[in-house]
Design a protein around this ligand. Structure first.
Ligand code: DC
Length: 229
């Protein structure tokens, strides 16, 4: 039977979607999918194969996406820490805007939502949380719970800067802020599946909330709407 317990989480980079998804998955026994990591994996694959990323050949990019999805290599690439490097960040929005690539990824995400993989301990997942930009609007428009998580660009830039420095990458606050603003703009204004709050999504601004407060707001709504057994 197809899974009905689907939670859609959308919002811009660095707003806290990943942290919230992890906490909710641990608490409810759900399996999570970070869909940004799929677009990052495709981008990293092409960088490593020396594609000309500044003037990308769309047909080659589509074929590469088909190839790594069919061979399940996409999941291996998605585990590579280099998907979060500044070089991948630079190109990922231009890969994610290609409609044919989004269409291939759409099928993958829908299948994940309907049949979430088992939890790390091998037990059956009680539901799925899918996070990205277009989950509540395009991928899972019928999800019973949808959140749109956001925060001020300055707050998000500070969080990302800390991640880079923790990984040993050098970066300046101004560079990271500029890159976040540019990526927001690219994600919001692209023609296919732009980042958008679904009409029935609940908005949570994490600029002033700590992780625990954000989790509690989300938990209250999930407990009202889902029966998790
Ligand atoms: O969430 P993230 O920063 O890892 O996302 C990486 C890029 O992929 C970002 O430019 C937005 C894009 N993306 C998308 O277009 N659709 C999604 N569902 C998830 C991410």
């Amino acid at each position: 039977m197809s899974n009905k317990n689907i939670i859609a989480i959308d919002g811009p980079a660095g707003a806290g979607k990943g942290t919230l998804t992890k906490k909710l998955c641990d608490y409810y026994g759900f399996t999570g999918l970070d869909t940004g990591s799929l677009y990052r994996a495709i981008t990293l694959y092409m960088i490593e194969k020396n594609y000309d990323m500044d003037s990308l050949d769309i047909t080659k990019a589509i074929n590469a996406t088909k190839f790594i999805s069919d061979n399940h290599e996409i999941l291996e690439y998605a585990k590579n820490p280099k998907i979060r490097s500044q070089l991948t960040n630079k190109y990922v929005a231009s890969v994610a805007k290609i409609p044919e690539i989004r269409q291939i990824m759409k099928q993958y995400q829908i299948e994940f939502g309907n049949n979430p993989p088992n939890l790390p301990d091998g037990s059956k997942a009680k539901g799925a949380i899918i996070e990205g930009r277009d989950i509540g609007t395009v991928i899972c428009p019928n999800a019973p719970v949808k959140f749109f998580i956001t925060a001020k660009p300055e707050t998000r830039a500070s969080r990302r800067l800390k991640e880079y420095l923790d990984q040993g990458e050098s970066a300046s606050y101004q560079e990271v802020l500029a890159s976040i603003i540019a990526r927001d703009e690219a994600d919001r204004t692209r023609a296919t599946s732009p980042m958008k709050q679904a009409e029935d999504a609940i908005l949570i601004d994490t600029s002033e909330n700590n992780k625990e407060a954000t989790f509690e707001i989300a938990k209250k709504i999930i407990d009202e709407r889902l029966t998790i057994i």
